[in-house]
Design a protein around this ligand. Structure first.
Ligand code: ADP
Ligand code: MG
Length: 373
């Protein structure tokens, strides 16, 4: 006699086999998730969403905060020292219950030994076998924050250093300009007077000698002019003697004369009341931009404007030349433009350079007032 396949004995055996294999699968799954939980390199906290009681905590968090597993278990979140800022924890818990999600980018947590750790705290609610669970993921970001602080500090140091170097450079330039003017300039003037006196005394009728004397006089004149020009480039005396408005007007005029490019200067005030630091900085930016126009732009027209605007001053320097080469917009390291940007940065301002091949270059600088360092 054969036992039919659906005999009770066989069915029980089959059920037992199924039970054994699903139990094995369940154990495997549980062991996988346990390992995930226990080896995670972030803190994980599991809470009962209705009671706020801690149901599990992983070794990473235990290690990070210094409390034992037993201290966490069964406690409400805010009963554990690290989360003892009750108001905050209770608020967070209430928010979690209503929205199901809470995220803190930067939360200070106190370890058992009193050390403060900065963490990123993300928690969300989900259902697990009909029980509402809150999972909190806690990432230690102390090291990242420390690096960020060091970066900010070093940026501030560099900023201070830039200001110092820029001032030292201006002082050096003013010093050289004075020396050049007082020593070389004076000597050249004396030389020319003496030379002219001597040439008059000679009163030669030899045209060849007269031509040589005239040529020497022309060289002296050109040297005097060149010295004056170098002095002015180094430190525009007018900036100190007659102020910013006169100096910039004179500079725009001499730019037109020297390079044959008409330069419109638009000043909407007679006196901007700029202090020495600000007037030097604006003058230097204009000087660099106009020099670039003369050297590179092949422009037929240039324009400089200084206007009042909401938060300070708006300086515009524009030309109708060939425009910047395209790769410059990708921050090619060029020191004239870089220096301009650095100066603007030191003033706490913003600079925008708009240019395209054949469409000229338009530089706009926004400078806040009453804010000079
Ligand atoms: N107004 C301008 N028109 C066209 N090209 C310019 C202008 N200003 C600057 N450039 C281009 O940008 C480059 C970088 O300028 P800059 O940083 O002042 O350095 P440098 O003048 O020493 O070359 C120049 O070499 C030139 O190619
Ligand atoms: Mg330049």
């Amino acid at each position: 006699m054969q036992i039919s396949s659906n005999s009770p004995k066989k069915r029980i055996a089959a059920i037992n086999t199924i039970n054994a294999s699903s139990l094995k699968a369940l154990r495997l799954s549980e062991s996988r998730y346990r390992r995930l939980f226990e080896t995670a390199q972030d803190g994980i906290l599991l809470l009962n969403a209705d009671t706020a009681q801690i149901e599990d905590v992983n070794p990473y968090l235990i290690n990070m905060l210094g409390y034992s597993h037993a201290v966490f278990l069964g406690k409400k979140l805010w009963e554990v020292g690290s989360f003892a800022d009750v108001a905050e924890s209770k608020n967070m818990f209430a928010e979690l219950q209503t929205t199901g999600y809470v995220r803190y980018e930067d939360l200070p947590l106190k370890t058992k030994s009193g050390e403060l750790i900065e963490v990123e705290f993300v928690s969300n609610t989900y259902e697990c076998e009909d029980i509402k669970v809150i999972q909190c993921n806690i990432r230690n970001i102390s090291q990242r924050k420390q690096v960020e602080r060091e970066l900010i500090e070093s940026k501030a140091h560099l900023h201070q250093l830039s200001i110092f170097l820029q001032r030292a450079r201006e002082e050096d330039r003013a010093h050289f300009s004075r020396e050049l003017h007082d020593e070389l300039g004076q000597n050249l003037t004396v030389l020319r007077i003496d030379f002219n006196g001597l040439a008059n005394q000679l009163a030669t009728s030899d045209p060849a000698i007269a031509a040589r004397l005239d040529a020497i006089d022309q060289v002296i004149i050109r040297t005097v002019d060149a010295t004056r020009l170098i002095c002015e480039e180094l430190r525009p005396g007018m900036l100190d003697d007659l102020g910013f408005e006169a100096a910039i007007t004179s500079y725009a005029r001499s730019f037109t004369k020297r390079f044959g490019v008409p330069c419109d200067l638009l000043l909407d005030r007679e006196d901007y009341g700029l202090d020495k630091y600000l007037s030097t900085a604006i003058f230097r930016i204009v000087q660099e931009a106009l020099t670039n126009i003369a050297r590179h732009a092949q422009a037929s027209h240039a324009m400089v404007a200084l206007q009042d605007c909401d938060n300070g001053l708006l300086l515009t320097i524009a030309d109708d030349g060939i425009g910047l080469p395209t790769e410059l917009t990708d921050e090619r390291k060029t020191f004239g433009i870089l220096g301009m940007k650095e100066r603007v940065n030191m003033l706490g301002g913003r600079i925008a350079i708009d240019s395209a091949p054949g469409r000229g270059t338009h530089i706009e600088v926004n400078i806040p007032r009453n804010d000079s360092p």
